[in-house]
Design a protein around this ligand. Structure first.
Ligand SMILES: [Zn+2]
Length: 174
């Protein structure tokens, strides 16, 4: 079992597959969630296991639709989050599907800590983009500087030639 847990953990890239919180963020290992709960005939197969933070696991509990009328949760192993949610600039998730809407409410994916976490991540990504642009600008400036110094050198050569020509002309007159 330990080997399977490790496989689930690595497959999820050490982050909760529902809310994205990492082991690093939460300061320890996360839990294993049975997508279809064991109490509702879910298996221990790798396909049915998800890496899940304690909060999401607590909110999800052993929910599983008992009949087709009951809403189903998103399965992050089968569908990408972007299919169900849109992340807004204010850090909240906006549901795009009924499963997304239900999962959002059930797992409280707009809880204040997660919103703050998403905002911080957005900010970091923005800073990174700015840093890359800044590095590109510095590179362009360095190229311009080089072209400028080439031009100055050419100008000096021209000036020198002009002086020589002038001296030559003056000497001839004399
Ligand atoms: Zn979570």
């Amino acid at each position: 079992m330990a080997a399977i847990l490790e496989q689930v953990r690595q497959r999820a890239n050490f982050a909760c597959e529902y809310c994205g919180v990492t082991e690093e963020d939460s300061g320890g290992k996360l839990t294993i969630d049975h997508c279809q709960p064991k109490s509702k005939n879910g298996s221990d197969s790798l396909e049915n296991l998800l890496y899940c933070c304690i909060r999401c696991n607590q909110y999800k509990q052993n929910y599983w639709p008992e009949n087709p009328d009951q809403p189903s949760l998103c399965n992050p192993r089968q569908e990408p989050a972007s299919q169900h949610f849109l992340q807004l600039d204010n850090g909240t998730l906006y549901p795009l599907t009924s499963a997304g809407d239900f999962t959002l409410k059930r797992l409280r994916l707009n809880r204040s800590f997660l919103v703050a976490h998403r905002l911080k991540k957005q900010q970091r990504e923005k800073e990174l983009r700015l840093l890359i642009r800044y590095q590109e600008l510095v590179k362009v400036l360095a190229q311009l500087q080089m072209q400028l110094s080439d031009l100055i050198e050419e100008q000096q050569t021209l000036l020198k030639e002009q002086q020589e020509l002038l001296i030559l002309l003056l000497n001839r007159k004399n």
